[in-house]
Every structure is written in structure tokens, then in C-alpha cells.
Design a protein around this ligand. Structure first.
Ligand code: ADP
Ligand code: ZN
Ligand code: MG
Length: 489
């Protein structure tokens, strides 16, 4: 079955509907209900205790930091944080789940009714966030086995008890691109507020995609299929695209969609049925008897809110209004907190946000990329970049010279003024000095000087260039132009 051969005209009769369930690992040092460290890559089963091993009689104790991070995330997703929420047991058997249940939240989650704005080529769109709830992670089953046998599965319980939030979206997305943009935005916001690194390779962010299709204009949603645990944004997009076409083709052939869970195989690019509704879990949720309900007082909520940094979308808007940046530059500069902080310090030092943003987005990011460095460890400090821009604006440094000095600043970590001093590179605006140079250039280029006088004014650029060259780029080109014009009448 070649799903991708599906004619575009058929595909466009249908509307995909997508809702995402995103798990984010909270960046605490310890687990959610015990004091075992959360560490990636430790030797198997070394970060465990009776609580996270699920030994009988061990009692969970809630991590305050985990709750605060979950509240921060909820606020950043514009959710209402419930003053009263409750934990529930989600019962199922799995070898890497020693308790026999996950501690999650069910009918009374931490937070609800939020949203996130996404930007795609089609423009801005608001995606509803149904709820944010807290839960503990299970351990890990490793199916690799040893060299010459894969008949063993190994269980590592280091991850057991790692704090997670699950962010459930409304079925508001209508394309794989929107789903991709939503995930990108979630990751950016969560990283920004310091709730998680969202490193997908370490499983810190995981996504289940719910997909259905319906004829355009149909009043009801189609039956959804859940594609579980896709481990990169690119694969989420591919899995959704595949799933849309598979469902459309099935419906077109008169079939019906089973409500089921499927897995995406990134090697073959297809989704594969995993379990159908008939085999769906009945988790037998009931209130967790070992934990008291979670109360979030107005005071506590206020404290967490106060500590929340400005969100990226707000910062983006402020960069446009406060510094007069272009939307695109504001977007680039607010992608990470460090980039935005760097820009603001530099802009304050230079007093010229627009020019500063050009230098950060253009030259500086180019140097950082080429040098494989993050802006946090930029050898050019934000203050030094700001100084460079103000030297240009004061006329002490030409733009051309500045472009030559910047890589030297990057290499040495020195400021522009220190490098100019050391290399004798000050821009020459002194008219006497420039007049002397202009005279020399006119003497050396009598033909061009005559032609200019005769009306070939385009030659002025050439003559200015000669003076610039003679001054090793240090002459102030605006002053040179004036001097030459005067001399040649
Ligand atoms: P379930 O009870 O099966 O877990 P939920 O109503 O809790 O279903 O929804 C789970 C996720 O599936 C949510 O992100 C929601 O937006 C999404 N979803 C619900 N119905 C549909 C649908 N018909 N098509 C696509 N996604 C859907
Ligand atoms: Zn433990
Ligand atoms: Mg659900």
C-alpha cells in the first residue's frame, strides 16, 4: 500500500485534527517522592531506595521543588492553577513499574484551561491546553540484550520516580506543521523558565500524537488514533503526516478507523498498530491514599509567579516596541533566555538597539556558529559588543574596520578600544590628515581626477576608495567624500 501516492485532490477533501500529550521531565535534583538523585547515565539500579523500588510499606513524600516547577510550567502555559488538586493511582502491570501503579493525577489535576500561541507560515494561532498534571515516571526496560542473544530484557529503576508533568492539548491543531510549531513553542517556553532542559535524547520530553481525519465541514471529529512516544520533533511531523494519509485512504476505501494506539517506525516511516480499544487499559484510577491532597495557596502561587521570568512571547513583543527591532530579529533574539539577556546588556551599553541586534544576529552569531560556541560562553562580552556599536555610532570606528576588529575580539576576548589602541586603528576623521591623503590620491590619479571634473561624477567612489585604501581603512569615508568634493570643485 503506497499511502504517499494518495492524490492531493483526495487529501484536500479532508481535515486532520490533532491533539498532543506531552510529557516533560521536571529539572529537580531528586525524585518526586524520595530523595534519590535524578541522574542520566548512572550505573543501572544505583539511584534507588525503598520508595522508588516500590517496596511494601515505603511511603512517598512530595517534593516541594517538583510542585513549584509544575506550577511554573502551568503558569507559563496560561493555565489556571487549582487551589486543590489530588493524586491518583493509575494501575497497570509492567516489569519496570515495581509499585504496580503510577502516581498521577486524574479528575482533579494541578492546572487547567490554558493556551499557547504558535506561529506557522499561515500566521499566529492559539492552541488550547486542556490540563497540566503531575506524575512519577516508570523505570526503563532495556531490550538490547548481550552480544549474541537478545532474549533478555533488563530493568533499570534509576528513572523510577522521576518527576514529570503531562501537558494535554485540546484537539486544536489542523496540520503536522502546527503540531511541530506547538512542540517547538512548548520546548522553548519550558526551557526558558528553567523547568526542564527538554533534552529529547535523554527522554526529558516525550510526545504522543492523537490524530483523526474528517471530511471538511463535517460537524463531528473522526475516531482518533494515538501514536505513542515519538522521540523527535521531526518524527512527530512525519508520523502525523503518514497517519493522516493512512486514515484518509482507509476512509476513502469505505473502511473505518479503529481507536487504537500505534507506534511510529522511523526506519520505514510507517505507523504500526499496537493495541486496539478492545485491549485498552482500564487503569482503575482511585485517589492515592498515601498522599494528602495538594493545596496551592494564593500566597504560594504568588511567590512562584514572582520568580517567573518574562516569557519569550512577551519578550519578543517588548523587543519590537522598546528597541524598535524587526519581528524576525526579535524572534531570533528571544529564542533562548541567554540570547535575549546578551542582547539587552549590549543594547543598553550601546544605546542603539537596532544596530546592536544586527551585530548580534549577524556577525556575532556567525562567529559563535563557526567556533561551535554558545552565546553563554561568547568570548566577546555583551558589554564589549555594545561598546563596539557605540564606537561606530560616534564615528571613531568605520563599519568596515569594525568587521575586521570583531573576529579579533572573538579571538582575544579584548574590547574594541583595546585592540584599536594596540594596533593603532583609530578612525581618522581629522580633516588635515585626510586632506593630505586626498591630495596624494589626486596626484596619483590625474586622469580620473580630470574626468571627474569633466562630469563623470561616478568616479568619486573610486577616488574615495583610493583614500580608504591609503589609510588602511581607517579614514572616515563620509569626511573623505566631503574633502574630495571640495578639492575637485
Ligand atoms: P482519552 O480519553 O482517549 O485519553 P482525551 O479526550 O483525554 O482522550 O484526549 C487525549 C488527547 O487526544 C488530547 O490531546 C485531545 O486533544 C486529543 N483528541 C481527542 N479527541 C481527538 C480527535 N477526535 N482527534 C484528534 N485528537 C483528539
Ligand atoms: Zn528513591
Ligand atoms: Mg486522556
Amino acid at each position: 500500500m503506497s499511502v504517499s501516492a494518495l492524490a492531493e485532490s483526495i487529501l484536500t477533501k479532508y481535515e486532520p485534527v490533532i491533539g498532543l500529550e506531552v510529557h516533560v521531565q521536571l529539572g529537580t535534583k531528586t525524585k518526586i517522592f524520595c530523595s534519590c538523585p535524578v541522574e542520566f547515565g548512572s550505573s543501572p539500579n544505583t539511584n534507588v531506595c525503598p520508595v522508588c523500588l516500590g517496596l511494601p510499606g515505603a511511603l512517598p513524600v512530595m517534593s516541594r521543588q517538583a510542585v513549584e516547577l509544575a506550577i511554573s510550567a502551568s503558569l507559563a502555559l496560561h493555565c489556571t492553577v487549582n487551589p486543590f488538586s489530588r493524586f491518583a493511582r493509575k494501575n497497570y502491570f509492567y516489569p519496570d513499574l515495581p509499585k504496580g501503579y503510577q502516581i498521577s493525577q486524574y479528575d482533579q489535576p494541578l492546572a487547567e484551561h490554558g493556551y499557547l500561541d504558535i506561529v506557522t507560515e499561515a500566521g499566529k494561532k492559539r492552541i488550547g491546553v486542556t490540563r497540566v498534571h503531575m506524575e512519577d515516571d516508570a523505570g526503563k526496560s532495556i531490550h538490547d540484550g548481550f552480544k549474541d542473544s537478545d532474549k533478555y530484557t533488563y530493568v533499570d529503576l534509576n528513572r523510577s520516580g522521576t518527576p514529570l508533568i503531562e501537558i494535554v492539548s485540546e484537539p486544536d491543531m489542523r496540520s503536522a506543521d502546527e503540531a511541530h510549531a506547538y512542540l517547538t513553542e512548548i520546548k522553548q517556553v519550558i526551557q526558558y523558565i528553567g523547568v526542564s532542559d527538554c533534552d529529547m535524547e535523554k527522554g526529558q520530553l516525550r510526545c504522543d500524537a492523537n490524530v483523526s481525519v474528517r471530511l471538511k465541514g463535517a460537524p463531528k471529529f473522526g475516531t482518533k488514533v494515538e501514536v505513542k512516544n515519538v522521540n523527535s520533533f521531526r518524527f512527530v511531523k512525519q508520523a502525523i503526516e503518514y497517519e493522516i494519509e493512512r486514515q484518509v485512504e482507509l476512509v476513502e476505501r469505505g473502511g473505518t478507523i479503529d481507536q487504537e494506539s500505534r507506534l511510529y517506525d522511523s526506519n520505514s516511516g510507517v505507523t504500526i498498530g499496537m493495541r486496539s480499544k478492545e485491549h485498552a487499559h482500564d487503569y482503575r484510577y482511585f485517589p492515592e491514599p498515601d498522599l494528602v491532597p495538594l493545596r496551592v495557596s494564593d500566597h504560594w502561587l504568588g511567590e512562584v509567579k514572582k520568580r517567573l521570568p518574562e516569557l519569550p512571547a512577551d519578550r519578543r513583543d517588548r523587543f519590537v516596541s522598546e528597541y524598535g527591532l524587526r519581528e524576525y530579529d526579535a524572534q531570533v533574539l528571544s529564542v533562548t533566555r541567554a540570547t535575549g539577556d546578551y542582547f539587552e546588556i549590549a543594547a543598553k551599553a550601546s544605546g542603539d538597539g537596532r544596530t546592536t541586534s544586527n551585530w548580534v544576529v549577524g556577525d556575532l552569531m556567525g562567529l559563535l556558529n563557526a567556533g561551535g560556541k554558545e552565546i553563554e560562553s561568547s568570548p566577546i562580552s555583551a558589554e564589549h559588543l555594545g561598546e563596539l556599536v557605540s564606537l561606530i555610532n560616534k564615528g571613531d570606528l568605520s563599519g568596515k574596520l569594525a568587521k575586521e576588529i570583531l573576529p579579533k575580539m572573538f579571538e582575544t576576548g579584548d574590547s574594541a578600544s583595546v585592540i584599536m589602541e594596540r594596533e593603532g586603528l583609530k578612525q581618522i576623521s581629522d580633516t588635515d590628515a585626510l586632506e593630505r591623503m586626498a591630495d596624494e590620491v589626486i596626484d596619483a590619479n590625474p586622469k580620473q581626477a580630470e574626468q571627474y571634473k569633466g562630469g563623470k561624477t561616478a568616479l568619486l567612489g573610486y577616488l574615495v576608495g583610493q583614500v580608504m585604501k591609503a589609510s588602511r581603512g581607517q579614514a572616515n569615508p563620509a569626511v573623505v567624500t566631503e574633502v574630495l568634493k571640495k578639492k575637485l570643485g
